[in-house]
Design a protein around this ligand. Structure first.
Ligand code: HEC
Length: 160
């Protein structure tokens, strides 16, 4: 009896281990995975930012309805510098990318642009929570400027 029980327990443990392996997301931090994740995050931030601008253009939408997307953008803005770890630049990774080598040569400048962006996005989130619709609309323009400033210095032209 106890032998059967032990055998069953062992079989269950093996099955559980197999399942755990299949269900657990990849934990590797290969440079390719980091580059793919940051590019996908930029595409999603473009989608989120464009959606907020179009929604607010209508003139009938209240800022408080933008709390979730603006909060997500602020969250991503804080995570952004971490997605440009050493060894994830164009010289180290063969994936197509628009990140310029200057990011790693002028890290302080890049981090400053990222901090400006994070501060602008955090303010946008605060204005949404305060339901300050006029302020929110004006802050969308300010956030956009911080995207452009970093791209001008640290993002290569498309197709380049
Ligand atoms: C601190 C710098 C910085 C800020 C701020 C920034 N970006 Fe970028 N962005 C980059 C870099 C660098 C790349 C290229 C990344 C790569 O190819 O690995 C990029 C790429 C992109 C891409 C192309 C993604 C792709 O692979 O197709 C989009 C779209 C984008 N950014 C949108 C935005 C928007 C919208 C904002 C502001 C809401 C923003 N970015 C703010 C640095 C920045």
């Amino acid at each position: 009896m106890s032998k059967i029980y032990l055998a069953l327990a062992a079989a269950c443990a093996i099955a559980a281990a197999g399942l755990a392996e299949a269900d657990t997301p990849a934990t590797g931090t290969s440079p390719e995975a980091i580059v793919a994740a940051r590019q996908a995050s930029f595409q999603m931030s473009q989608a989120v930012f464009g959606s907020m601008r179009r929604a607010m253009d209508g003139g009938t939408v209240e800022a408080k309805t933008m709390a979730y997307p603006s909060g997500a953008l602020a969250h991503w803005a804080k995570a952004l510098p971490g997605m440009f770890a050493a060894g994830t630049g164009p010289e180290a990774v063969s994936l197509k990318m628009r990140a310029k080598p200057e990011i790693w040569k002028d890290r302080a400048g890049f981090d400053k642009d990222a901090a400006d962006y994070a501060a602008a996005a955090e303010k946008l989130f605060d204005l949404a929570k305060a339901n300050d619709t006029a302020g929110f609309k004006a802050q969308l323009v300010e956030v956009d400027k911080t995207c452009d400033a970093c791209h001008a210095a640290y993002r290569a032209k498309a197709g380049g």
